[in-house]
Design a protein around this ligand. Structure first.
Ligand code: VNL
Length: 389
């Protein structure tokens, strides 16, 4: 099959959708939320589902007179499943928006369906720079790896780090992190001793960490996806790499707030760059964290939750702008250019690139009141994705 059949079915569905517009006011506005609820990326699914539900609890389930319905599907983070589920949501459920997408391959698998059916696709988690270029219907509320990585490559050489080994997951966001960190670090006079890539599925970090230990750089720069950070941190400590004088730096995915509190002393002092910390000291974030924790048995919201929460806001605001009517192109137009205060700080959906613009913070892991936090100590304001041409 598959591609031609899929495209034909999707095209037919799009035609039906036009005919059905008159009836749209009476029908609910459907958001097809596709997330990895099981499997290796399940923490990301759990975070985003909780955040989307919190948004709806706080803002109601009716927008401009139109009832909003959330349809949650588990893609187990396998892109073939993501594609099939998205096709069913568009053709059978006639969803108005597709949203979620825990990993880059899942977002990329669905981009052609979004284009063919003119369905806005709101990326709440995946963070490879090029995703927004895969379809003109993609809008992103998560972040990009180049945004976070460049900030770290500027910070490190000013803070005694002259040689680095990079260690990244071997797929889209990891390759972005490796390239944008290395190029900038080199430009700043640093030396990248070796670039190591670990498989995304069932990674065994041990041999890679041993190699880093033997190379003995000033620091190891890490990107692993949300949920894998604790394993890296644990083995980094077990091998005594911190004691051997190798520092761990990276994007904030490695000190993921979903897991940070259980990482222990080895995480103390680790500096990362990212767009969100649960400890972000704003009134909007304090309220977000408190209400998220109250609704989810004290679970700490991480950057994935914020991508989901802001994605819901962008969808709600766009629907409001269409007076509740919706329609793929009208919704897309309503999403572009939105400016709002996110729990992460100020945020902006760039109308040209459809990508998120936000602050990138430098953070250091500290213990406060018996818990570990990514404490922000510096900020680079309004960072656009450096991966865009
Ligand atoms: C991706 C990027 C996934 C960053 C992540 O966690 C992450 C991705 C699941 O683009 O696949 O932290």
């Amino acid at each position: 099959m598959h591609k031609r059949t899929i495209l034909r079915t999707v095209a037919a569905a799009a035609l039906c959708a036009v005919g059905g517009l008159a009836a749209a006011q009476g029908t609910p506005f459907k958001i097809g939320l596709i997330l990895p609820m099981t499997g290796q990326q399940a923490t990301t699914g759990r975070q985003i589902e909780a955040a989307a539900k919190l948004w709806m609890a706080q803002n109601g389930d009716t927008v401009a007179g139109r009832k909003v319905q959330l349809i949650l599907k588990d893609d187990t983070s396998l892109p073939d499943v993501t594609r099939r589920v998205a096709q069913e949501l568009v053709v059978n459920d006639k969803v108005d928006v597709l949203a979620g997408f825990g990993i880059t391959p899942s977002a990329l698998a669905v981009a052609p369906i979004a284009t063919q059916s003119k369905t806005p696709l709101v990326v709440m988690a995946a963070a490879t720079s090029s995703i927004t270029e895969a379809s003109p219907y993609v809008v992103r509320t998560s972040f990009t790896l180049p945004q976070a990585s460049v900030a770290m490559a500027d910070w490190a050489p000013k803070n005694g780090i002259k040689s680095v080994v990079t260690l990244v997951s071997d797929y889209g966001p990891g390759l972005d992190a490796e390239k944008f960190f290395s190029d900038r670090f080199l430009f700043n006079g640093g030396k990248v001793v070796e670039k190591l890539r670990v498989p995304l599925r069932n990674p065994d970090f041990a041999p890679f960490l041993q190699k880093v230990r033997d190379l003995k750089p000033d620091a190891m720069f890490v990107f692993v996806p949300s949920g894998a950070g604790a394993a890296v941190m644990k083995q980094f400590g077990e091998r005594g790499m911190d004691k051997a004088g190798i520092r761990l730096i990276g994007t904030g995915d490695v000190t993921d707030d979903d897991q940070l509190n259980d990482m222990g002393d080895v995480a103390l002092g680790v500096v990362t760059s990212h767009h969100y910390s649960t400890a972000h000291p704003s009134a909007v974030n304090k309220k977000f964290v408190a209400e998220f924790q109250k609704a989810n048995r004290n679970l700490r919201p991480n950057f994935m939750a914020v991508g989901g929460y802001d994605g819901m806001r962008v969808i709600y605001e766009a629907l409001k702008k269409t007076g509740g009517k919706g329609g793929g192109d009208a919704l897309l137009a309503g999403m572009k250019g939105q400016i709002f205060e996110s729990p992460r700080g100020p945020a902006f959906v760039d109308a040209q690139t459809r990508d998120i613009v936000h602050n990138i913070y430098l953070r250091k892991v500290e213990r406060k009141d018996g818990q570990l936090w990514n404490t922000e100590f510096d900020v680079i304001k309004d960072v656009k994705d450096p991966g865009k041409k």
